[in-house]
Design a protein around this ligand. Structure first.
Ligand code: ADP
Ligand code: MG
Length: 269
């Protein structure tokens, strides 16, 4: 069986030639050092897998996922999805297929609209269901993420952090993605709420057969939710192993350190 996602020798660079620096005294000489955020990464993910991506802050996890989403262009290498090469320009169906949930749902939900409006608009714009089915689908989506129906009438600002994250997940699921990326999706939540969102992700994995990519600092999350793990450091994959093996027999000192470290909150960039 071929992999759903194949990343081959992907490299993402930032900076080095930003236009504004050419306006500074010294002209082109004032350029910044380029950052190689993702450095020759190869990775394949099979359909239905749950892959944990771990590594210290700044190791390139989010950038790799942004590249997969088409939000960060590759300087080298290739990303294939379902056998097809993906650039940053994608058709709507491909964009729908890969959805991402972020650490701070508050910044990605429109504060001026109620939750029902946010979901209904998305369903409408993408033509996910017939117009007369939109209301019922909004209710189904809220139900899928275990939110009460009356949340539809509230705005994001009137919800708790955990509820907002559930709305963000519902919004991603509205597009019936094949891949769901959770980028530190539970990091900003308190421990009990974290556990309930984790339960939700685990449940969705069963009920929707979505392929899950979990970026996290929290190795307990990986142990609970994922079947394989890659460890990133300085833009590279330094270790790749089934979860059980990673915990029982880490192959690098870096992974041993990660396993020993107390989970801490990642500060959003
Ligand atoms: N938009 C950007 N512009 C410049 N540098 C960036 C940008 N996004 C990320 N970086 C840099 O790329 C590296 C990897 O960052 P990131 O992918 O966010 O790491 P992680 O998600 O593992 O914390 C870091 O050095 C970061 O500063
Ligand atoms: Mg990140």
């Amino acid at each position: 069986m071929s992999a759903l996602i194949e990343i081959e020798h992907a490299t993402v660079r930032f900076g080095g030639s930003s236009a504004w620096r050419r306006l500074l005294p010294g002209g082109a000489g004032g350029s910044a050092e380029p950052v190689i955020a993702v450095d020759d990464v190869s990775l394949s993910v099979s359909r239905g897998a749950a892959l944990g991506i771990v590594g210290e802050s700044g190791s390139g996890k989010s950038t790799l996922m942004r590249a997969l989403m088409g939000l960060a262009p590759l300087a080298a290498g290739e990303i294939r999805y379902d056998g097809r090469a993906l650039g940053v320009r994608r058709d709507v169906a491909t964009r729908r297929a890969i959805q991402m949930v972020f650490q701070d749902p508050g910044t990605t939900l429109n504060p001026a609209r109620d939750v029902g409006g946010i979901l209904a608009e998305l369903l409408g714009v993408h033509g996910m269901v017939a117009r007369e089915r939109v209301e019922a689908r909004v209710r189904e989506l809220l139900d899928l993420v275990h939110l009460p129906a009356d949340v539809a009438d509230r705005r994001p600002g009137q919800l708790s952090g955990g509820q907002k994250q559930r709305v963000a997940i519902a919004r991603a699921l509205a597009l019936e993605p094949q891949v769901l990326i959770a980028d530190e999706a539970t990091s900003a939540l308190d421990v009990i709420v974290q556990a309930s969102v984790l339960d939700l992700l685990a449940e969705l994995r069963q009920s929707t057969e979505v392929t899950l990519l979990c970026i996290t600092h929290d190795l307990d999350l990986v142990r609970y939710l994922c079947d394989a793990t890659v460890v990133m450091r300085a833009g590279r994959i330094v270790e790749e192993a089934p979860v059980k093996q990673l915990f029982e027999d880490p192959q690098t000192e870096y992974t041993r350190e990660l396993l020993a470290a107390v989970p801490r909150l990642e500060v959003a960039p």
